[in-house]
Design a protein around this ligand. Structure first.
Ligand SMILES: Nc1ncnc2c1ncn2[C@@H]1O[C@H](COP(=O)(O)OP(=O)(O)OP(=O)(O)O)[C@@H](O)[C@H]1O
Ligand SMILES: [Mg+2]
Length: 221
């Protein structure tokens, strides 16, 4: 077991017309390589910002963020993108599937062009594991919300990430779909010894995690 994510005194500020907005204030936490952690807290408290920072999609104003021991604060976009590809799979609340690509094409989207052909069978079998073998050639508009979210998860997993970041992955799903989604995510993370950091509003989802990080007003409480 090692440390997958380490935030040290991380602050995030935005400049606006009314002055500086301090979104995160000296946040400290770490997540182990085999741990499932949920992030909970009120709307606007900074949960999505933490996910964006850990994914290198937003740059910290102060502090240090290490992803598998590599410092990412201060990296240029190219290097950030390498760290992301090597380590991280992301699932967003709104699935961000590409509308004119089929389910299997969406799963293959994050791979380099030269890998897409070789990994086709793998993508199909991953969709099969998620109960979508009869839907691989469907467009997102032909899929239910729960099915679209399962495609989005398959896309996050196809690169075998060491860290999965999920921002309210069950936010748009009813409770039955939400439950089976969590089963898939938990099963995968346990099986592949991946760490999972998941923002959720759902207490029953948070309770299934190894640990809950609560955030309020940009600080961990
Ligand atoms: N680009 C930006 N410029 C200025 N302020 C921003 C920007 N992005 C986010 N914020 C502010 O940062 C704060 C935290 O936002 P964040 O999206 O992290 O909250 P959250 O905890 O994910 O909320 P929710 O539960 O509603 O998704 C909010 O007050 C938001 O208005
Ligand atoms: Mg959010």
């Amino acid at each position: 077991m090692s440390t997958a994510i380490q935030f040290n005194n991380v602050s995030l500020n935005y400049g606006s017309e009314d002055g500086l907005v301090r979104v995160l204030k000296s946040v400290n936490f770490s997540v182990n390589s085999d741990e499932i952690v949920s992030i909970v807290g009120p709307s606007g408290s900074g949960k999505t910002s933490i996910i964006m920072l850990a994914a290198g999609l937003e740059m910290a104003s102060e502090g240090s963020i290490k992803i598998n021991s590599q410092e990412i604060v201060g990296l240029r976009e190219n290097d950030l993108s390498d760290v992301r590809k090597k380590n991280i799979g992301i699932v967003f609340q709104s699935f961000y599937l590409i509308p004119n690509l089929t389910a299997v094409e969406n799963v293959l989207l994050s791979l380099e062009a030269n890998q897409k052909y070789n990994r086709d069978e793998e993508a199909k079998s991953l969709l099969g594991e998620f109960g979508l073998s009869h839907r691989i050639n469907h467009l997102p508009s032909e899929l239910s919300g729960g099915e679209q979210q399962r495609v989005a998860i398959a896309r996050a997993l196809i690169n075998k990430p060491k860290i999965i970041l999920a921002d309210e992955p069950t936010g748009n799903l009813d409770s039955a779909n939400s439950e089976s989604m969590m089963d898939l995510l938990f099963e995968y993370t346990k099986k592949s010894k991946t760490s999972l950091v998941m923002v959720t509003h759902d207490d029953s989802v948070a309770r299934r995690c190894d640990r809950i990080i609560e955030i309020k007003d940009g600080q961990i409480v």
